[in-house]
Design a protein around this ligand. Structure first.
Ligand code: FAD
Ligand code: EPU
Length: 349
């Protein structure tokens, strides 16, 4: 198949593009058209092409939270825009960041500039533009806490909109963007970061790691170093083995039900949530149900972390999805709890 590639100034169009290197599960899927966007101002022009306007549309950052179960018969918009702008600075700074910036580069830049807040979120793969979509979180922090507003192209209204924090409706691995898929193309995120704030060291493992590092008065960069250590010791690296991080969310259930489950299954970790709810550990249930380290062909569940679906080589999207469904059924049969996938599953068509 001949692949046509055209530079349009501000974006590049590629026909029949392979997505294999554009998703961290390394699934071999194709898109009819790939638009690599370097200038967000060109979006209206691109979206006006009849072939783009009439077909399916998918925005992609680094593809670290998607599972393709078939070819994408439409246009994939790859956000490659760059730019970090400090809009005001003092005890705290307002910083506007282009959607295509790498999240981890941005976190490291903020630490280098002496801003606090994002240290617990170091080493999360992906782009800045994707961070608000599922409200990325780790080690006791969520990005929502630092987002003042999100700038997006509203496909329905055909204009640039600024969505303030409240409108984004952030929750655990959730936001407005997940409930209105296909409506917004995030072009920039505006953060407010303080120069100093109390550090979060209460998540399991951080304090112990700081002690091992011999640090008794931690600064943000010490916490970042501890988190890097914990993440690299627990999670498989997508550069080594295809994966999308946690493939399932931790279920949030009624506290009374969590209590009953803990009685029946001693050792099940549970974390109280506001409003009489409780978050329970999906990894623990998956491991207890016997799926950790399981392999079906090249599709597997990591032997390092039970929440991580892995591609040992050439697993297809449907093979990975079949294994994920087997895990969901197995956990439901054993615990009566329905797991939900965290990544966006993108079906053929
Ligand atoms: P993609 O995978 O490209 O896209 C994800 C979704 O966002 C898709 O629906 C896509 O359409 C949409 N999207 C992307 N960019 C835009 C945009 N500009 N506008 C509109 N929609 C957009 N997540 C956590 O929360 N915490 C973790 O600790 C964590 N650890 C991970 C560890 C590993 C090893 C891996 C592989 C993933 C991990 N993840 C984690 C998941 C992932 O890193 C995040 O979800 C990340 O924000 C995805 O960024 P991305 O650019 O790759 O998004
Ligand atoms: N556990 C097991 N078996 C395992 C792994 C973990 O039983 O193989 C149990 C242990 O009891 C452990 C508990 O699960 O104490 C929690 O494990 P961990 O600290 O690794 O956290 P997690 O709940 O598995 C969540 C996020 C991660 C995030 C970490 C750290 C979700 C779905 N996942 O994982 O986010 O990095 O906490 O904060 O909320 C992601 O979203 O892709 C992701 C990696």
């Amino acid at each position: 198949m001949s692949v046509e590639r055209v530079d349009m100034g501000g974006y590049t169009l590629i026909e029949h593009a392979s997505l294999a290197r554009l998703n961290t599960l390394r699934v071999d899927a194709r898109a009819n058209l790939l638009a690599d966007i370097r200038d967000a101002a060109k979006l209206p022009e691109l979206l006006d092409f009849p072939a783009v306007r009439q077909g399916r549309l998918l925005v992609l950052g680094e593809g670290s939270n998607v599972l393709f179960t078939g070819d994408f018969d439409g246009t994939v918009l790859l956000m490659s825009t760059r730019g970090v702008q400090v809009e005001s600075d003092g005890d705290s700074a307002r910083i506007a960041v282009a959607a295509g910036e790498r999240w981890d580069d941005f976190v490291r830049w903020t630490l280098g500039q002496g801003y606090a807040g994002l240290e617990n979120l170091i080493l999360i793969p992906g782009t800045v533009g994707a961070a608000p979509i599922q409200n990325i979180g780790a080690y006791g922090c969520e990005v929502a806490e630092f987002i003042e507003s999100v700038e997006a192209w509203d496909i329905r209204e055909r204009r640039v909109v600024t969505l303030d924090h409240a409108t984004c409706a952030f929750a655990y691995r959730d936001s407005l963007f997940k409930h209105q898929p296909g409506r917004y193309i995030v072009t920039a995120v505006r953060f407010v970061l303080p120069r100093s704030r109390p550090l979060r060291t209460d998540y399991a493992g951080i304090a112990e790691q700081l002690a091992r590092m011999g640090v008794d008065k931690p600064a943000p960069f010490h916490v970042a170093e501890a988190v890097v250590h914990l993440r690299t010791s627990k999670l498989p690296d997508p550069a080594v083995i295809g994966n999308a991080g946690s493939f399932f969310k931790n279920p949030i259930i009624d506290a009374a039900l969590a209590d009953a489950l803990q009685q029946a299954h001693p050792g099940l970790p549970a974390w109280p949530q506001p409003g009489g709810r409780c978050k329970i550990s999906a990894a623990w249930m998956i491991e207890a149900a016997g799926f950790k380290g399981l392999r079906e062909g090249d599709a597997g569940i990591s032997n390092r972390h039970a929440l991580v679906l892995v591609n040992h080589g050439s697993a297809s999207g449907p093979q990975l999805w079949a294994l994920a469904q087997r895990v969901m059924t197995g956990v439901h049969d054993r615990f009566g709890v329905q797991l939900e996938p965290e990544p966006v599953v993108i079906a053929a068509g």
